[in-house]
Design a binder for this molecule. Structure first.
Ligand code: PLP
Length: 337
């Protein structure tokens, strides 16, 4: 099977498993797992941030960040297609007792002016706006990436209005590789950053939350409350260290593969509105001889899996378990459709 459903379907390579098997471990709830400590310190350093916290998932790092930045009854500004808003099970309400001011961005990206317009005035009738959260790459934007100038404008707006700024960077390394940005540039802009090891980087489990030392101390307490304190987590952290050391630069191969698939799709008259392909995602509309589900069935008949994300839209994601030969096969099947 060629699995284009998500970059979460990657399995650890033999080399990654070997690194996991040799990990030094301890009880991380007691702060004694040296491999987790190393992963946290190396990632914080990479982004020029003070500290980091290893968590089981990106949902948990996002939700912990939101909890740390807010109090119940407050309001968070984000794009209406944000993962934190639409794909985390109502966690903002459940964990933090906050509500969302969801704004209409462009391919999942919002602008500084929109944020400023949506900050509530000081008025006892209105929830206090206390956080801005953005996503890079933007998942429902088809893996779109922010320009650095736009992020700096957002940062300046947040400083002016004294609002902390969180980044859901589940696929931040894809954006960094595509835009030729550096992690340090992101560390300078954001108060907190969540990055995932289990997406394009190919680790089986794990995300990191980055921020100031005092923020991460508070986050560590909330991680425990949420049941996310793990014991000999160094086996998982070792996979993360391996992923960071070996699987970042190669993300450009995934981006190249996604473009090739996009070009093949473009030639078909039953396919339209392919979102611009920047990183490892391809989102497109199907009409005419196929519906989204019948085109997905056609591909499945050729051992290619993808996900219909609405009645007429399909998403495909390239990743490190999709090889060049597999891409050739995908292109061939699209040609024959
Ligand atoms: C995958 C993802 C997350 C985190 O998901 P988990 O499955 O909880 O690790 C967060 N934000 C975005 C944009 C994602 O794609």
């Amino acid at each position: 099977m060629i699995d284009l459903r998500s970059d979460t379907f990657t399995k650890p390579s033999p080399e990654m498993l070997e690194a996991m098997r040799h990990a030094q471990v301890g009880d991380d709830v007691f702060g004694e797992d040296s491999t987790v400590n190393l992963l946290e310190s190396m990632t914080a350093k990479m982004f020029g941030m003070e500290a980091a916290l290893f968590c089981p998932s990106g949902t948990m790092t996002n939700q912990i960040a939101i909890k740390c930045h807010t109090n119940p009854g407050e309001e968070i500004i984000c794009d209406k297609m944000s993962h934190v808003y639409i794909y985390e099970g109502g966690g903002i309400a459940f964990n933090s007792g906050c509500q969302v001011k969801a704004i209409e961005g462009s391919r999942g990206k919002i602008k500084a002016e929109q944020i400023i317009e949506n900050i509530n005035p000081i008025d006892i009738h209105r929830p206090t706006t206390t956080l801005v959260s953005i996503e890079n790459t933007a998942n429902r934007g088809g893996g779109s990436c922010y320009d650095l100038e736009d992020l700096i404008e957002i940062k300046n707006a947040c400083i002016k209005h004294q609002l902390p700024l969180h980044l859901d960077g589940a696929r931040l390394w894809n954006a960094i590789v595509y835009k030729k940005h550096t992690p340090i540039q992101f560390g300078e802009i954001f108060d907190s950053i969540s990055v995932c090891l289990s997406k394009g980087l190919g680790a089986p489990v794990g995300s990191l939350l980055l921020g100031k030392t005092t923020f991460i101390q508070k986050a560590r307490r909330i991680r425990k409350v949420m049941g996310g304190g793990m014991r000999q987590a160094g086996y998982l952290a070792a996979a993360g260290i391996y992923a960071i050391e070996n699987n970042i630069e190669r993300l450009s191969d995934d981006h190249k593969h996604a473009k090739m698939v996009g070009i093949a799709l473009q030639k078909k008259d039953f396919i339209s509105n392919i979102l611009p392909i920047e990183t490892n995602m391809i989102i497109f509309e199907v009409s005419g001889k196929y519906t989204a589900s019948s085109f997905a069935d056609y591909l499945k008949g050729h051992q290619i899996l993808c996900i219909p994300i609405s009645a007429n839209q399909i998403r495909m994601v390239t990743h490190l378990d999709v090889t060049g030969d597999m891409v050739d096969k995908i292109l061939h099947c699209i040609d024959l459709a």
